[in-house]
Design a binder for this molecule. Structure first.
Ligand SMILES: *Cc1c(COP(=O)(O)O)cnc(C)c1O
Length: 390
C-alpha cells in the first residue's frame, strides 16, 4: 500500500532504514538534492540522512523555539557535538570560549573530546563566587577573539541566572557567534534565537520530552549555512534520533508548555515552603527574593515563572551532621521522590549534590530537586513528613 493512501491523523512512525526510490531517475534526483542539505527533502533516501517522522518532530520544536530549522539527534551531548563541530574548520579553526558554569557533562566533553582528542584551542570563562565579572569577560573576548561563546542562562546546580542580554551584546561586539544550551531555561521561559543567538541546543531528554523515557537532543538555528554544516556533520558523524524515540518525543512535546507552567508553579510554591521550614538552611530558587540573581531572572523570564529546578540544604550542627541528615532525608523518600540523576520529568526527583559534583561543590547536605507536576499539597506533604523524621 502506498503511504499516501492511508488517512492517518497523526504523524506516522516510519521505521525504515532506507526508502524505496523505485528507479534510477528518482534515485539520481534524490541524491543530487541530498547534496543541498534540504531540511525537508522531497524524497527520503536513508534514515541516517533524514527521516520523515524525525522531520515532523523537528517542525514542532521549530515552532516552540521560533526558529527556521531544528535538527534532532540521539542525546543532548550529540547536539553539543554537532553545534560546536560546525565551527571546526581544520587548520583554520579559531579559539572557542565556553562559560565554565555549564552542565558537567559538557565540561567533560570539552576536556576529553575537544582538548584531549581534538587538541582544540578552547578557553573557559569562570564565575567568581557564583557571579559573572563582565570586565573579565570582555577582556577575554578581546584577547582570545573566539569564533563562538557558549553558555547556559541558568547554571546547574546553583541556579545562577546570567545577564544574557549583556553577554550577547559583548559577544556581538567582538564578532563571536553565540551558542546557548537552553535545557534549563527552555523555550517556555526564553527563546535565545529571537534575541540574537546563532545556535541553541537542548537535551530533549529533559523538559521537552518530560517523561524520562527517551534520550534526545536538538540543535536549533536560523542561519541557512549553519544548518547545512550541521546537517552534513550530523549525517557523517552518524548522529541520529531513532524514529521510535522521535515519535515519542513528538507526542510528549505537545504538552510541553502546559507541563512547564506547572513545573514553575510547583517549584515556586515548594521553594517558599522550604525557605520557611525550620529544618532547611538556604534555598536557591531564582524566583525567591533571597536569590542572588533574582533581578536577572525577572529581566529574562518576566512573569512567566522561574523554572522547575531548586537547590537547598538541610540544617545541621556540623558538616558530618548535615551529611547524616541528608542521607536520612534521601532514604525516607526512596519510594516516593527517588534519587535519580536526571531532571525535567513529570515526577519529582532529587539528587544530593556532594556525591555527584564532588570537589567542585563540597557542599554537605545540599540537595537538588527537579520539581515535577504532581499535586503540590501531596509534594509538600511527602517532603514535610521526611523532614520530620531526620
Ligand atoms: C542533561 C544535560 C545535557 C546532556 O544531555 P543528554 O541528553 O544527557 O546527553 C546537556 N546540557 C544540560 C544543561 C543538561 O542538563
Amino acid at each position: 500500500m502506498k503511504k499516501k493512501e492511508i488517512n492517518a491523523s497523526h504523524t506516522p512512525l516510519y521505521r525504515e532504514a532506507g526508502f524505496n526510490l523505485q528507479n534510477s531517475k528518482r534515485t539520481k534526483e534524490a541524491f543530487a538534492a541530498e547534496l543541498n542539505h534540504a531540511h525537508e527533502p522531497d524524497d527520503y533516501i536513508y534514515s541516517r540522512y533524514r527521516n520523515p517522522t524525525v522531520v515532523a518532530v523537528e517542525k514542532q520544536i521549530m515552532e516552540l523555539e521560533g526558529c527556521n530549522w531544528a535538527l534532532l539527534v540521539e542525546t543532548g551531548m550529540a547536539a553539543i557535538d554537532v553545534a560546536v563541530s560546525v565551527f571546526q574548520k581544520g587548520a583554520a579553526t579559531r579559539p572557542w570560549l565556553f562559560f565554565h558554569e555549564i552542565y558537567g557533562g559538557t565540561n567533560s566533553f570539552i576536556d576529553t573530546v575537544l582538548i584531549k582528542r581534538r587538541n582544540l584551542d578552547v578557553h573557559r570563562f569562570y564565575a567568581k563566587e557564583g557571579l559573572y565579572d563582565f570586565v573579565e569577560l570582555e577582556r577575554m573576548l578581546a584577547e582570545i577573539q573566539p569564533e563562538f561563546l557558549y553558555f547556559e542562562a541558568v547554571s546547574n546546580p546553583m541556579l545562577i541566572v546570567a545577564d544574557v542580554k549583556r553577554i550577547m551584546e559583548l559577544a556581538k561586539q567582538y564578532n563571536a557567534k553565540i551558542i546557548v544550551d537552553n535545557t534549563f531555561g527552555t523555550p517556555y521561559l526564553w527563546k535565545p534565537l529571537l534575541d540574537g543567538a546563532d545556535l541553541v541546543i537542548h537535551s530533549a531528554t529533559k523538559y521537552l520530552s518530560g517523561h524520562g523515557n527517551i534520550t534526545a537532543g536538538v540543535i536549533c538555528g536560523n542561519d541557512e549555512e549553519l544548518m547545512k554544516e550541521a546537517i552534513e556533520y550530523r549525517k557523517w558523524a552518524g548522529h541520529f534520533l531513532s524514529p521510535d524515540d522521535a515519535y515519542r518525543l513528538g507526542t510528549q512535546v505537545k504538552s510541553f508548555e502546559l507541563r512547564f507552567q506547572k513545573h514553575c508553579d510547583n517549584a515556586m510554591e515548594l521553594a517558599e515552603y522550604l525557605e520557611n521550614h525550620p529544618k532547611i538552611g538556604e534555598v536557591l530558587y531564582p524566583g525567591l527574593e533571597s536569590h542572588p540573581t533574582r533581578k536577572e531572572a525577572v529581566a529574562l523570564f518576566g512573569d512567566k515563572g522561574f523554572g522547575g529546578m531548586l537547590t537547598f540544604d538541610i540544617k545541621g550542627s556540623s558538616d558530618e551532621d548535615k551529611r547524616e541528615k541528608c542521607n536520612r532525608f534521601v532514604a525516607a523518600l526512596e519510594d516516593t521522590i527517588p534519587l535519580v540523576p536526571t531532571l525535567g520529568e513529570v515526577d519529582t526527583i532529587l539528587l544530593p549534590v556532594e556525591p555527584v559534583w564532588g570537589a567542585k561543590y563540597p557542599l554537605p547536605g545540599v540537595i537538588r530537586l527537579s520539581v515535577g507536576i504532581e499535586n503540590i499539597e501531596k509534594l509538600k506533604g511527602l517532603i514535610g513528613e521526611a523532614l520530620k523524621n531526620i
